[in-house]
Design a protein around this ligand. Structure first.
Ligand code: B12
Ligand code: SF4
Length: 500
């Protein structure tokens, strides 16, 4: 069967780096294992128009991925596809997975979307492909309408799927359990991507653009439930691959694909420290530790002790991120991060002692904040002094506890999913005494206070990335430090409404 997988075009308002989409790489791999001919159309890097690609490839099924800012573009792509080709279209990814807010129905209601897969996709995708293939074989007059005919009941009982039958009725089947045996999954099918079209990791390991970057996922899920994090829409169950299985893929990335940097994308990679010790030993013993790698997302500070971090450093770890979020003790409790500031201090100290670079993720404008608590965050960032401090203004993603709280107690300043990016330099909501102007001012102050100190400036000037990507870095600096003169039309409208 011919299978097309699509990453909708979505350009962030700053020049971020681009990497191949790991979710689609997994779906492509399971489809190929089934014997399908798979093409990935990553609209971010493709030059060919989508409709032309569809006319040429004539897929039997199309899968589109969508996070929140991408979802409207995903629907537009679905419309473009249906205009040239009668094919079942399935959407999946973080946004349509939020059944708590009926966002699966929102997508299923779209006239061009037939099925929605909620949560982890591989098993549901396989089942859908099997059904479509069998249906095509058995039916003489094959059409999507016939496939979605309620009388045929094709999708009944399929777990984790929401769909629209051809009479327009929406159906939500029960959730699908998390995949327990991650070793049973094939490795991501990177050969389906035009890897030379991507830049490098975000944040980068300081390999200059053009470095062969690959991502790897060694575990899935997160047992924590921080109030602001969209991870809460995925299974709570933390599962990991065996170190042997990870090592084999790591070797493939380095030896077969020529990886020059590797990003570990796990949400919480160090939940079981023993597993990481074993993996690190294997990377060292197998001489794979010469390729620098980083924990792109935060690892848990409470599980980052000296023994583990020094072992990981020997295993090639160059840099690790921590989700610090806030410098205020009360706010830290409120966001259910389950960690305290001393533990975070200790984790940064350990990393510095063993020679690891650090990234700190900080949020400005969490619910309940005021000017002083935001200042506490700035002060804490300066105290920890990571190599990279990443401040973002709180963006309440649907499905999170913060989203419900803002809807209940605050005033959302965005109404369009396409505005759900947090590089826009604009506050997304107001609550209590926390105004948008205050959050935006403190956000810029955070960047100025942290980066316009002598040591970060000198550190930055010493990196290769700074000089090789000078124009981009200067653009980012200008956008970050200089306030936006013009407010967007949408923002003006919302403010006018609020005043009236
Ligand atoms: C790496 C990453 C990035 C990279 C993207 C690299 C890339 N090309 O994929 C970068 C740094 C660029 C990035 C940017 C952003 N990201 Co991001 N990112 C991640 C991260 C850490 C890992 C993604 C990943 O690879 N996961 C592993 C794969 C296997 O999972 P997956 O992609 O979700 O796919 C699985 C399922 O969702 C499902 N599925 C997905 N698509 C489809 C399609 C079909 C047809 C089917 C059947 C199933 C299916 O099946 C897949 C396999 O199980 C996640 C956190 C997380 N744990 O997922 C956040 C995450 C996806 N990002 C998030 C956000 C908010 C963003 C930004 C919007 C932030 C911003 N700057 O404003 C931007 C958007 C950028 C864009 N262009 O769209 C949120 C999304 C929340 C939401 N409601 O949308 C997440 C969940 C983080 C979080 N916990 O809050 N991100
Ligand atoms: S922020 Fe990190 S620890 Fe908290 S729920 Fe999200 S992934 Fe888990």
């Amino acid at each position: 069967m011919r299978v097309a997988l699509i990453n909708p075009r979505f350009r962030l308002p700053i020049d971020t780096r681009t990497t191949a989409h790991l979710g689609l790489a997994y779906l492509g791999a399971v489809s190929e294992r089934r014997g399908d001919e798979v093409r990935i159309f990553d609209a971010d890097i493709e030059e060919q128009p989508l409709d032309e690609f569809m006319r040429e490839f004539q897929p039997h099924i199309v899968g589109i991925t969508a996070n929140t800012p991408q979802v409207k573009q995903a629907w537009r792509h679905a419309a473009q596809i249906k205009a040239v080709h009668d094919v079942p279209i399935v959407i999946g990814g973080p946004h349509p997975s939020v059944a708590a807010e009926d966002l699966d129905f929102e997508s299923a209601r779209n006239p061009h979307i037939d099925l929605v897969v909620r949560g982890e996709g591989e098993e549901a995708w396989l089942e859908i492909c099997e059904k479509v293939e069998t249906f095509m074989r058995d039916q003489e007059d094959y059409s999507v309408r016939a496939m979605m005919d309620p009388a045929k009941g094709l999708w009944e009982g399929m777990l984790g799927v929401t769909y629209k039958t051809s009479d327009g009725e929406l159906h939500r089947n029960p959730d699908r359990p998390a995949i327990n045996d991650l070793d049973s999954l094939p490795w991501p099918a990177y050969h389906l991507f035009r890897m030379n079209k991507y830049t490098n990791l975000q944040p980068a390991t300081d390999h200059v653009d053009g470095a062969r970057s690959f991502s790897i996922l060694t575990s899935r899920g997160c047992p924590y439930r921080c109030t602001f994090c969209s991870q809460s829409i995925m299974p709570i169950k933390w599962r990991s691959r065996t170190p042997e299985n990870v090592l084999a893929e790591w070797r493939h990335l380095v030896e077969d694909l020529g990886a020059e940097e590797i990003g570990v994308l796990d949400d919480s990679a160090n939940i079981r420290k023993k597993r990481l010790h074993e993996l690190a030993d294997m990377l060292i013993d197998n001489h794979l530790n010469h390729v620098p790698w980083i924990f792109v997302n935060g690892i848990r500070a409470n599980l980052a002790d000296y023994e583990l971090m020094s072992k990981l450093k020997k295993a090639g770890l160059k840099r690790t991120a921590f989700g610090v979020e806030t410098g205020n003790a009360e706010i830290l409790k409120q966001i259910d991060k389950n960690v305290d500031h001393d533990t975070i201090r200790q984790a940064f100290k350990v990393c510095k002692e063993v020679g690891l670079e650090t990234i700190g993720f900080f949020i400005i404008g969490l619910p309940g904040e005021n000017r002083q608590t935001m200042q506490d965050t700035i002060n804490f960032a300066i105290e920890l002094d990571p190599l990279i401090a990443n401040f973002s203004m709180m963006t309440p993603y649907p499905g999170t506890a913060v989203y419900s709280q803002v809807k209940r107690e605050g005033r959302m300043l965005i109404r369009d999913w396409e505005d759900y990016v947090f590089f826009e330099q604009q506050a997304r909501y107001e609550m209590g005494e926390m105004t948008a102007a205050m959050v935006e001012e403190m956000y810029r102050k955070a960047y100025r206070s942290f980066y316009l100190r002598p040591s970060p400036i000198v550190r930055r000037l010493k990196t290769r990335d700074f000089w090789f990507n000078l124009p981009r870095n200067l653009r980012i600096a200008r956008r970050t430090f200089v306030p936006k003169a013009e407010k967007t039309e949408l923002r003006r409208k919302i403010e006018a409404e609020a005043l009236s």
